[in-house]
Write a protein that binds this ligand. Structure first.
Ligand code: AMP
Length: 174
């Protein structure tokens, strides 16, 4: 098993969810017990010796990888969700999309001062969602130790948006 096998399993779905988008479908990776484990193990290895307090996982595919990592490393999991989904008191951040804006939320008591967190999602595109997540973490007093993505669409320059942070991705699409 290797990064090439993970890359080969990711399926391009053209014009989903709208025309002009090539959607990177990670469900074949999840379906393969070997590849799913490989992805989780590659990321986990980076933090074995400097375990974060929490994985902050971005809705919705970030939850899949974040929960496996939290279990494997023995950390907590904090979900960041689209506005209106979290039941308790929240704080929110809005960010620009190609058309309009999006708002994400986290529970107001989800993190405390000095908590070390890794933010995780399946894919880094423009970095807007990830940067807004970092703002939420920092507003609660948490420290963003790094970002983890399975896939990075390098041509959308998300890494530039996150330039003050440590950013890792397993598969880079140029
Ligand atoms: P961005 O904020 O532009 O970095 O977009 C990242 C978010 O949108 C992540 O939660 C991704 O899951 C999702 N996303 C953006 N582009 C794609 C794509 N081509 N394929 C799959 N997911 C995508």
């Amino acid at each position: 098993m290797s990064v090439e096998s993970i890359s080969a399993a990711i399926r391009d779905v053209v014009d989903f969810p709208k025309k002009g988008i090539i959607f990177k479908d990670i469900t074949p990776v999840l379906k393969s017990e070997k590849l799913f484990r490989e992805v989780v193990d590659i990321i986990a290895k980076r933090y074995e010796k400097r375990k974060p307090d929490y994985f902050v996982a971005i809705e919705s595919r970030g939850f899949l990888f974040g929960s496996a990592l939290a279990y494997k490393l023995g950390c907590g999991l904090v979900p960041v969700r689209k506005k209106g989904k979290l039941p308790y008191k929240t704080i929110e951040e809005s960010y620009a999309l190609e058309y309009g804006t999006a708002t994400i939320e986290v529970h107001a008591d989800a993190l405390g001062k000095g908590d070390n967190v890794i933010i995780i999602d399946d894919l880094l595109a423009t970095g807007g969602t990830a940067a807004a997540t970092a703002k939420l973490v920092e507003r609660l007093g948490g420290k963003v130790v790094g970002f983890e993505f399975v896939i990075e669409l390098a041509f959308l320059s998300g890494r530039k948006t996150l330039s003050k942070y440590d950013v890792n991705s397993i598969i880079v699409v140029n």
